[in-house]
Design a protein around this ligand. Sequence first.
Ligand code: ARG
Length: 563
Amino acid sequence: MDHKAYIAERLPLEGVDREEIARAIAVPPDTAMGDYALPCFKFAKLLHKSPVAIAEELAAAYPTDNIIRSAEAAGGYLNFRIDTCGLANETVSRIESEQNAYGSSDMGRGKTVCIDYSSVNIAKPFHIGHLSTTVIGGSLYRIFKFLGYRTVGINHLGDYGTQFGKLIAAYKHWGNRDEVQRGGIHAINDLYVRFNNEATEEMEQEAREYFRLIESGDREANELFDWFKELTLAYVETIYDRLHITFDSYAGERFYTDKMAPVIEELKEKGLLVESRGAGIVDLEPYGMPPCLILRSDGASLYATRDLAAAIYRKQTYDFDKCLYVVAYQQNLHFKQVFKVLELMGKEWAKDLVHVAYGMVSLEDGAMSTRKGKVVWLEDVISRCVEKALSMISEKNPDLENKEAVAEKVGVGAVIFGALYNNKIKDIVFSYDKALNFDGETSVYVQYTCARAASVLTKAETAKICYEGSEIDDLCPQEADLVKALANFPDAVKSAAAGYEPSIVARYAVDTAQKFNKFYIDCKILQAETEKLRARRLRLTRAALTVLTNALTLLGIGVPEKM
Ligand code: ARG
């Protein structure tokens, strides 16, 4: 049941959009006042009355029933109280029948969302800076899919640029085939770092030549480039596997090599491309932005040129309704410029391009020394978290089976959750201890709650207790709070999609786990006074486990059965 829509539908008020009312209805943080609240300020102008008077009139005229039990005015707000038993029966039955689809929807049917995320750079370290784009993008991918959209996950590889000429030059001078094959990305990165530290002017010259050779299709240069790319991808894929990340396309910057000329032609035709000191630019001064660089004075294309070609290609290929770019806020200007240029080119769909910007992730000071000096490899962060998780689990539960597998879920979950829990635009400092705190606002806490619920259910099963379909005709406050949280899950998923904000689901999971734990601690489940009460509580326990599992799954986090 969508209570907001239900209330909006019946609100005795003429001449207002029902959907708008539904959107204005909020869940108050303190449910002592009510289960839903409608602020009446927005109607003051329309009705020429004070919000207080409006709330009072609406409260008196609202047709309460067995779903919405009361409507009361408080200040300029109209507070509603729902029939929680009715809600409980409906919600729990729905969770039982829908299970891992509970919270999903078909609202996206027929619509396509492209999501550009992770977008790693070939031959460069996959470092902690890529964590957010990878897990935020991965989670949005799942959330939109869950809501019925066709989703296209795109890894816009950074596989274009002069650095590849440098890499080939370095390999030619210092490289060894076996060593690079064995060392993979780390060996490649070493070569690249060495080139930047030690290259002579002569080697720089060679590098430029190799880049030109790649561009002109030279076989040897391209074979080497492809090999470096293969080694990088083989490496990053092991990390994607651990993080449960997938892509539908790996079309990177290089893919657009032959797709830029038509874009440049179009820019010229439309009189947008102007020359400035030998370079080709689009003037964005009227929009308060620096010019967008399209062609360098030597004729080479730029990052923005490739993004223009990529956007046009994606529209043609996928006919998206939205195309998201999950990229750090440092690239705010870049995307503003690219979107503006597309708009100036007359692409009406430019309005459907969204830069989903996020903040920086750094590690707590002195938290680790890295294999490679300054750069913190994501792999090392994950491994260290999993190791820590393993030692914590071994201490807490020495007899647990499959400790390694559990530690992998817990450790990886902590890394993912660390990057997802806060509003995405905030800069975050990752702390191993905080991320792995069993009592904190963490994924471990949620996972532990799931294991706790699972253990109760296993005991019930062993004792052959049957609790299917028992009617819910009473609820204590702890149970009522839990039910309301469970009923709000579909809403949380939709809000996360609407705001491109997986943290809404992450916070929902912690909040609901807290409600479950309050219920678990205050209320007897297996030892409940009557069989009826026990059945009701077991149903609630199972429903909570389903919903928490669904929430974690949307974030890409696994749920161990035991912990
Ligand atoms: N490879 C780029 C970087 O590491 C990110 C690419 C983002 N996507 C895009 N279409 N520009 O900064």
